[in-house]
Design a protein. Structure first.
Length: 179
């Protein structure tokens, strides 16, 4: 029982420290829940110590190396889902520097804007189709390029992308910056 409680405490502490450090408005701004407040506080906040800036590389213990480019703003087309006033697109480069084949289907990417989860945009008109080659295996020494897009507010925002190479790998990396 103590182990389960310790894990919950550590998990909660980690989430809170990441959210606060990456610019989620504090409770002093009149919010009861993380990310419920608006304003410019999130857009000007500094990076957390463990977060990476867009463009940086991160190598996971499995040997998979990830790089996420800076967000590019775009206006989603009328056929895009979900409907959004603006989107932020990211180029993701994944290189398998490990010794075993990497299954791209394990890649998980989630995003938050000012602490609130945002949805991935699928806009086939503009080429944003998500991970189209999800069934693809990446052999050692090979790379794959994916472009992902997320729905964001019209105004500038602090965006966080969390990337986990597989559900079985405990490690995740978070990229944080203005979008």
């Amino acid at each position: 029982m103590a182990l389960a409680r310790t894990c919950k405490i550590m998990f909660t502490t980690g989430l809170l420290s990441l959210a606060v450090a990456c610019g989620v408005p504090s409770a002093q701004e009149g919010t009861a829940a993380l990310g419920a407040g608006g304003g410019q506080a999130g857009a000007s906040a500094a990076q957390a110590g463990n977060d990476l800036k867009f463009g940086a590389d991160h190598r996971f213990p499995s040997g998979v190396t990830i790089s996420v480019g800076s967000p590019e703003s775009f206006k989603p087309s009328a056929s895009a889902y979900p409907r959004s006033p603006r989107g932020a697109a990211f180029d993701v480069q994944l290189t398998n520097d490990g010794s075993t084949t990497y299954k791209l289907s394990g890649l998980t990417v989630t995003a938050t804007s000012a602490g609130t989860p945002v949805k991935q945009v699928v806009d086939t008109t503009q080429g944003f189709t998500g991970i189209a080659d999800a069934g693809k295996d990446v052999a050692p020494g090979r790379s794959v390029h994916v472009t992902l897009a997320f729905a964001v507010p019209q105004e500038a925002t602090q965006l966080r992308l969390q990337i986990r190479p597989s559900a079985t790998e405990a490690a995740a990396v978070t990229y944080c910056g203005p979008a």
